[in-house]
Ligand binder design. Structure first.
Ligand SMILES: C[S@@+](CC[C@H](N)C(=O)[O-])C[C@H]1O[C@@H](n2cnc3c(N)ncnc32)[C@H](O)[C@@H]1O
Length: 616
């Protein structure tokens, strides 16, 4: 009895260790680098097997080093991620990475030799995918739309003299890509190409705001949403802001852009990136930056679903960016994708809820993984149908905004997996079997997966029987070896019907108070107090000295900083407060606005406010 209890406890502990390793791998920042020393230790320990690595780091023994870090290190050192990645995508459904096989009726007609060569060809395709991932990503950049025509012409001429032409598939001739030898690693300070004329050209013009550095495939969602943004647009997961900037550049004077992110720190870096871009004030006057969990983004109290366009560029496992960040591969884990799926569904569905009828939403990720891509699209359409009936939302086909950039159809068939240490599921006593980590496929579906203890199993991870109904083939996949880019996924969804009422209305979360946690660090509370409409008293006193002031509805101040007055977008009060005419100190916006518009007035030492001159 005692032995059995001990065995059960060991098994439980092992499972806990594994769970922690997974969570750690998922939680670590994508930019985390593998420590140099780890690479050397790796070779010796790998020879003995991954468990010796784990023991060497005291993982699971409650030792001094933080267990989380040790678990993650163990996982990466064993290079499990790379092994899992290759095994996962090689054995995924046929058309995720390689071109779809011919239909079985045609396959049967092929000779033995033809079948063999087909198989070889598919292996070659997979290998070219893997080989491409091992190549660093060239630097992609574009000349900003907001740059005056004469400056555009001069930038193009200089680039031409440096031997660079716009990418052939860009009709605007504004997008460029460096040759492979000039990449993030070689052009950085201390890198071999730091002094290359193209590298210094890039530095100068990125600093001046003439150029924007952005991956080509990551430009696609905004390009698909349409160039004439005369409309109200919500970017639900906006930081670090490359797509928000793209939206701002192409918006027209009557447009509004609300850029939101859940992390207060990342909201501040979003604002900093936008300031660095040196956009004209007229573009900045169309922007609101808010801080909410995208899955609980507040309703407009006056208008309800009011956005013409919504961009949902969700947090994802990011394996499409391996060429840019090689640390992703050694810690790759299918459980990360499975765990993100539900959050992605919740954010995506909220995007559909706040979208106007007739509006369009772009859902995008930088992962190849269908459980974060097509599975999410299918689930949010299904949820929409639950609220508004069949045809409530439709996946739309779209013209390629970059004609010639190879895109592949979305898939309707995929497999779901998690990872296990071989031997663990059978609860083997033979420890040597626990040395191996491998993919465990759950082809029998959700119930069976739950039964065998798949972590994070939810039904929507699997393709449902009626999957063909969702037009998932209209989604687009971009693979690195097709265009020498990163990997990307985009789906466009159009809302056709109003959704019935939710059980509970979504209201802004209570603002958390800033407090010290036990460890002495700051809690997750936002650093900044939100902006609020200017109060009547301040506005009246300003009017007496500045007769041409904009209406009070356009002037906002931060709760704890009365020294600055912001000129916010025209629509702000109409959408978020419900009063478009006068100062409304009693009414509070449900939106946690951390930045908006541009700085309009500053308080002088004398206590008077002075107008801040526009930059253009
Ligand atoms: C893929 S990045 C977005 C990249 C951005 N759209 C761009 O083009 O620069 C995902 C972002 O989602 C944010 N995020 C994570 N969970 C979120 C949530 N629940 N609601 C809103 N944003 C979230 C992360 O902070 C991260 O900045």
């Amino acid at each position: 009895m005692v032995n059995m209890a001990k065995k059960a406890e060991t098994t439980k502990k092992k499972k806990n260790d594994k769970r922690k390793a997974t969570a750690a791998a998922a939680a670590t920042s994508q930019t985390a680098q593998q420590p140099k020393k780890a690479k050397n230790d790796n070779k010796a320990a790998m020879a003995k097997g991954p468990n010796s690595l784990r023991n060497a780091h005291n993982v699971g023994m409650g030792e001094t080093v933080s267990e989380r870090k040790a678990n993650e290190l163990w996982f990466r050192k064993a290079n499990y991620g790379t092994v899992l990645f290759e095994s996962y995508y090689k054995n995924q459904s046929p058309s995720i990475i390689v071109a779809p096989p011919p239909p079985s009726s045609e396959l049967q007609k092929l000779s033995k030799n033809a079948k063999k060569s087909l198989k070889k060809n598919r292996q070659r395709q997979f290998q070219s995918f893997m080989d491409c991932l091992a190549q660093p990503l060239p630097v992609a950049f574009r000349i900003r739309h907001t740059v005056p025509q004469n400056v555009k012409a001069s930038l193009r001429a200089t680039l031409k003299s440096l031997g660079l032409s716009p990418v052939p598939y860009d009709p605007t001739h504004l997008i460029y890509q460096t040759p492979p030898s000039l990449n993030k690693a070689t052009i950085r300070k201390g890198g071999p190409s730091y002094s290359h004329p193209l590298a210094s050209f890039l530095r100068t013009n990125l600093t001046s705001g003439h150029l924007s550095r952005q991956e080509i495939v990551s430009m696609i969602p905004v390009l698909c949403l349409g160039p004439s943004l005369t409309s109200t647009c919500l970017d639900l997961c906006a930081s670090p802001g490359s797509k928000t900037l793209q939206l701002l550049e192409t918006s027209t004077p009557s447009g509004l852009i609300v850029a939101n992110d859940v992390h207060p720190g990342r909201v501040s870096s979003l604002e900093a990136a936008i300031s660095r871009a040196l956009l004209p004030s007229s573009n900045l006057e169309r922007l609101i930056i808010s801080n909410h969990d995208g899955s609980k983004f507040p309703d407009s109290p006056t208008l309800g679903p009011c956005y013409d366009k919504v961009l949902v560029d969700v947090p994802c496992s990011g394996d499409g960016t391996i060429r840019k960040d090689s640390s992703i591969l050694p810690r790759w884990n299918p459980n990360t994708s499975n765990a993100l799926h539900s959050l992605q569904c919740d954010i995506g569905f909220r995007g559909l809820e706040v979208l106007k009828v007739g509006g369009v939403m772009a859902y995008s990720t930088c992962t190849f993984n269908p459980v974060e891509d097509e599975a999410v699209v299918a689930e949010i359409v299904r949820r929409a149908e639950g609220r508004a009936g069949e045809g409530a939302v439709e996946v739309e086909g779209w013209e390629n905004p970059l004609p010639g950039l190879v895109k592949r159809e979305g898939v309707v068939d995929w497999r779901v997996a998690d990872f296990v240490e071989a031997g663990e599921e059978e609860e083997e006593e033979d420890e040597s079997k626990g040395e191996e980590v491998r993919i465990r496929w759950h082809d029998e579906g959700y119930l069976k997966a739950k039964e065998v203890g798949m972590e994070g199993a939810v039904e929507s991870l699997w393709p449902r029987e009626d999957i063909k109904r969702y037009n998932l083939d209209r989604c687009c996949r971009f693979l690195p070896h097709d265009n020498d880019t990163g990997g990307f996924f985009v789906a466009l969804l159009k809302k056709h019907k109003p959704f019935g009422p939710r059980k509970t209305q979504v209201v802004a979360e209570k603002k958390k108070k800033k407090k010290k946690n036990k460890g002495g660090g700051e809690s997750e509370a936002p650093e900044l107090q939100p902006l609020r409409p200017i109060d009547h008293k301040t506005y009246s006193s300003l009017c007496s000295k500045h007769p041409d002031l904009p209406p009070a509805s356009r002037l906002y101040q931060r709760g704890d900083d009365r020294d600055t007055i912001y000129l916010v977008p025209v629509q702000t009060n109409e959408i978020f407060v419900g009063d478009n005419s006068s100062g409304s100190e009693e009414k509070e916006s449900p939106l946690n606005i951390l930045f908006a518009g541009r700085v309009f007035m500053k308080k002088l030492e004398s206590g008077e406010y002075e107008l801040v001159v526009k930059n253009n």
